[in-house]
Design a protein around this ligand. Structure first.
Ligand code: UD1
Length: 427
């Protein structure tokens, strides 16, 4: 069993460069299906979710060459299957992002139904309703969704009930090949959607309004391959900002490789908590907060506070001088992390989708289990300032989205290592 072991109390210094955004890279990889030929993606993070998406594409007949650690050369010329199999979708729900591109290129897709995950039910009904408006017919059997648009996709007006990231992306990737114009109202505005639209436009698509609530897509007859650089990962950056706010030495730490505008609301809230964040070229410098102030946060679609930063923000507020409330509005089951932080001495009470957090003086190192990707990283960060040793298990969750997490923390001066230990529950 792999764990990350952290010894608390070591000051951080220096600079960390974040990797490419996981949530962008996965969709951009799916989008390569739309253009037969060789597309190069740069600044792709070397993380397990990207490896899973690589397997999905290869199953369909694509070839992928890893040109250097962060560049993928994806040849989709010989793709001849439109199926995302269960064993891969079950590993990573974001595999469903191939549905839009497959419909765009082949007019059909067969996708395993994703089922629930540890963030709750995570339905895809909005993807389906939106695609139905574009003329797609759906059928389900034996755990698979069969999508058929063999008579061609037709542009339509779609109003999303909720600004879903995944539904907006799937709709955009189908609509680029539809006959006529599609307008998506109440579209998600996340920076990763802008990145996707930029790449699709460089492939010959005609998308305007990405990053606003109304996205207009004029369908085109074909798309061509391109070369595209993935944006920096704002959530990885936010995670290191929390590490710096808690554990940086006198000079603070630099977090680089991302656009700080993508973290606008996070930086605003952290500044209200008394954290000193200075904008520098290509990122920010963050200094350790002598006193953390309590704050109320609610997660919302972009430009609101991202749900993917909720656990990391909870670590900060758990050490604040006073009481905070964090409200989770996006996912139904995203507070599992709190009970692990309580094992480290935090004082947190959960009521429905609210967490009431009373600041404590410090954490005590403990054995904790990573409940999900962001929660796992947040536990490691909490360990940086805990008394003694913290051992975080189930770190495959962290590997899904943080490239070389341990090495990056080590380079900043943290005392952290990855270790393989016998599973204590084995006889
Ligand atoms: C993406 C991100 C994830 C982030 C989330 C919200 C990727 C790979 N993942 O997930 O890291 O936390 O955006 O910023 O990019 N919903 C429905 N029906 C649907 C679609 C969504 O009910 O058809 C619900 C979901 O269950 C969830 C909420 O809407 O409660 C938000 O989901 P969505 O914005 O679609 O998130 P994802 O694209 O799954």
């Amino acid at each position: 069993m792999d764990i990350i072991r952290v010894e608390g109390g070591h000051a951080l210094a220096g600079s960390v460069c974040v990797s490419g955004a996981k949530n962008s890279a996965l969709k951009l990889m799916a989008a390569t299906l739309l253009a037969p030929g060789v597309t190069t993606l740069q600044n792709v993070p070397n993380i397990s979710d990207v490896h899973v998406m690589g397997k999905v594409l290869k199953r369909m007949g694509a070839t992928i060459e890893v040109a250097d650690e962060h560049s993928l050369v994806i040849d989709t010329s010989n793709v001849d299957s439109w199926e995302a199999p269960y064993e891969l979708v079950a590993k990573m729900r974001a595999s469903t992002a191939v549905m839009g591109p497959l419909l765009g290129r082949f007019g059909r897709a067969k996708i395993a139904m994703p089922g629930g995950c540890n963030l709750g039910a995570r339905k895809i009904d909005m993807h389906i309703l939106g695609l139905e408006a574009l003329g797609v017919k759906f059928d389900t059997d034996h755990g698979y969704i069969h999508a058929d648009a063999s008579e061609g996709l037709i542009g339509a007006n779609v109003t999303l009930e909720f600004a879903s990231v995944g539904a907006t992306e799937n709709l955009i990737m189908a609509a680029v090949r539809a006959r006529g114009t599609t307008v998506i109202d109440n579209a998600a505005r996340e920076p990763e959607i802008v990145d996707l639209a930029n790449m699709l436009n460089s492939m010959g698509a005609k998308i305007v309004g990405a990053g606003t609530p109304v996205v207009q897509i004029e369908g085109v007859k074909e798309l061509h391959p391109t070369t595209h650089r993935v944006i920096g990962d704002r959530i990885e950056a936010g995670t290191f900002i929390v590490a710096g706010a808690l554990a940086a030495g006198e000079d603070g730490i630099e977090v680089r490789g991302f656009n700080s505008n993508h973290l606008g609301m996070v930086i605003k809230k952290f500044e209200l908590m008394g954290i000193d964040i200075e904008h520098i070229e290509g990122g920010v410098r963050v200094r350790r907060a002598e006193r953390i102030l309590p704050v109320d946060i609610q997660t919302l679609p972009f430009p609101g506070f991202p749900t993917d930063m909720q656990a990391q923000a909870m670590v900060l507020s758990a050490l604040a001088d006073g009481s905070s409330v964090i409200t989770e509005n996006i996912f139904e089951n995203r507070f599992m992390f709190a009970s692990e932080l309580v094992r480290m001495g935090a004082d947190i009470r959960i009521e429905s989708h609210h967490a009431m957090i009373h600041g404590v003086k410090g954490f005590s190192g403990a054995q904790v289990v990573s409940p999900d990707l962001r929660g796992g990283a947040a536990l490691v960060v909490a360990g940086l300032v805990a008394d003694g040793y913290t051992e975080v298990s189930a770190i495959h969750h962290i590997d899904r989205g943080y490239e070389h997490f341990v090495k990056k923390l080590e380079d900043l001066g943290a005392c952290v290592q990855r270790a393989t230990i016998p599973d204590p529950t084995d006889e």
